[in-house]
Design a protein around this ligand. Sequence first.
Ligand code: COI
Length: 329
Amino acid sequence: MKVFAYSVREDEVKYVEEFKNAQNICCDYVSEYPSMDNVNLAAGYDAVSVITNVITPEMYEAWAKTGVKYLATRSVGYDHFDLAIMKKLGMRGVHATYSPNAVANYTIMMMLMACRQMPFIMYKAGCQDFSLPGKIGKELSLCTVGIIGTGQIGETVIKHLSGFGCRILAYSTSQKEEVKKYAEYVDLDTLYKECDVISLHIPGSPKNYHLIDRNAIAKMKDDVIFVNTARGNVVDSEALIEGLESGKIGFAALDTFEEEVGLYYKNLEREQLVNRTRAILSTFKNVLLTPHMAFYTEQSSSDMVRTTMRGLRSFESNEECAVRISELE
Ligand code: COI
């Protein structure tokens, strides 16, 4: 199989070299993001590999015309793929799986930073303001934490959080026995009403679009800590900003927000950003904004390359493979 990979970061190169040899795949790659200007680079390849890049309908069509049959995204989420167009063009797809510890650890770090007002403390320490007022924290161990979504990442967050001794409530459309050892499954309204900390671990699929809207925020406890390391489009940013302005939301720790498209992962230092949502969010002292990097560990970079290559190869070897995008099968 011949794979052409776009957006390959320097840290991924060694994994691409390792796994293409191990899996007997011919793989060429560039660091550039895919666009209409470089779709032709993939002509004659069986598969294209991307990360969470914007792909326009013309790009799918151009790839399909030159013989590309498979599309891989080196990310767990594949909400940036247009499954309807892929289906129409007869393209099949895979996504990645990687160590759930990466996002789970980062989520708990964000919860702790929010509870202890760490961004504000660090900012003040940088200005040599070592006073205490305004910096008092909450103990995560004394909080009731609500986890929305108990897939691999949500489940791992729950297991790790159990070591802190917090009370944990969970909501998911399907329940797991393993999760019940550490958390109590409740309905969403109960989770909103009872939790001091709420964290999202659901995909950015159409059914989850703006799950967190004005209505949901109104049901949350006053001063709630809200964490999103999942997908931006699950949250209505306007409603979130209103919640911060009114004080309903005590802290928002956001590794992702809906309007991030086009920003990450570019070095835009000293450039004027045209992004009102980010501009507003970054004015709050009780907001922690990070550039969608909860996934970014050595282990997950390696896993992302390995699992997508294995998934692509499975199309030719006809093996079952869990990373195939089932909606396209
Ligand atoms: C995912 O794997 O779905 C992520 O969120 C990380 C991606 C943006 C690289």
